[in-house]
Ligand binder design. Structure first.
Ligand SMILES: [Zn+2]
Length: 340
């Protein structure tokens, strides 16, 4: 059973602590052992889902063969807000590299972003959603509100460009939204995307059960309330084994989805071919620049740290094979020339 937010009032202290841990963890993952909770809890959302009507199963060798060829897409990364969250969630501080660097916990500055992918024929798509205007102007009406907003310190997000402002200024219809995963900081702008816009999500992302979802499923439900059933991308196993799955999204080799589970079960990265070279959107397979540069996977925010480490390693191997690739991480800029 999964009936929305529990009441904090009346909880014992340990229960409140548990709630805070779970709610913050569920913001971007979980601190709990997957096996211990997989049979209980609830799904990430009660929003219905259907198989996606686009995406051709492919293989990493096919991606490798074309990815460095100029392509027809453009990718614009829009920073919705600046924020800060615990470093121990963003990075596995027990990793030998993190220990060698003497990284400690504390607030790490991050951004919340979305990407605009324009295809000359298929139209304009978003990858993730930024932050809705209501969070800044009508916080009591925002998707992230109430106890979850306080636990996540959503009031400390500093607006750069809310999603409604971008949608109004863009003018172009949005053909669809690809979400890298369903954590609240990736769907926080969903209600500013026009009603009825299709939303694409990785396999198992909306249906995998966890205790943490008890605390955030109502938020995900709210974010999706004016959207059609989620379209679940139909990955098949990559015959070359470089990724869990590879999809040629539009069937023309311009835009690719990579199944990179671990941070969440359905975590998905994307590769877009542009006239100036390929762009890799990692989602939260890697949150931080330091994590990417040192090969250190996300920390307590992840559902399955071992799988998360494997997926990050796969993405870094792929990027190393294609050194001109423009890597855009989940929550930080990799270079000073890109969005910071
Ligand atoms: Zn996340």
């Amino acid at each position: 059973m999964c009936t929305g937010m529990p009441h904090l009032e009346g909880m014992q202290t340990h229960a409140k602590t548990m709630f805070r841990r779970a709610a913050l963890a569920a913001l971007a993952g979980t601190t709990l052992t997957v096996g211990a909770v997989s049979a209980v809890g609830c799904a990430a959302t009660s929003h219905p889902s259907v198989p996606a009507d686009l995406g051709a199963p492919s293989r990493s060798a096919s991606l490798d063969a074309v990815v460095d060829e100029p392509g027809p897409l453009t990718v614009e990364t829009v920073i919705g807000a600046d924020w800060a969250v615990p470093r121990s969630g963003l990075l596995n501080l027990d990793h030998p590299e993190a220990k060698a660097a003497k990284l400690t916990d504390g607030d790490e500055p991050i951004h919340v972003a979305f990407h605009v992918v324009r295809h000359p024929i298929r139209g304009t798509f978003l990858v993730d959603t930024g932050v809705e205007r209501a969070l800044f102007e009508q916080p009591d009406e925002a998707v992230i509100r109430g106890i979850a907003a306080r636990v996540a310190r959503a009031d400390t997000m500093k607006r750069r460009t809310d999603t409604k402002t971008w949608v109004e200024q863009s003018g172009a219809p949005i053909a669809g939204v690809f979400v890298t995963h369903l954590h609240m900081d990736h769907i926080a702008g969903m209600r500013d995307v026009p009603a009825g816009t299709p939303v694409f999500v990785g396999p198992g992302e909306s249906t995998a059960r966890s205790v943490e979802n008890l605390f955030v499923a109502s938020i995900v439900d709210r974010a999706l309330e004016n959207k059609p059933p989620l379209s679940v991308l139909g990955f098949e196993r990559d015959p070359d084994g470089a990724f869990e799955g590879v999809l040629d999204v539009f069937g023309d080799g311009s835009f690719w989805a990579l199944h990179v589970p671990g941070h969440t079960p359905g975590s998905t990265a994307f590769v877009a071919r542009t006239p100036s070279g390929p762009v890799l959107l990692t989602g939260d397979a890697c949150h931080t620049a330091w994590g990417w540069e040192h090969g250190v996977e996300p920390g307590s925010f992840s559902h399955d740290k071992a799988a998360s480490a494997a997926s990050l390693a796969r993405l870094r191997t792929f990027a190393a094979k294609h050194p001109t690739i423009d890597v855009r991480l989940g929550h930080q800029s990799l270079t000073r020339s890109g969005p910071s």
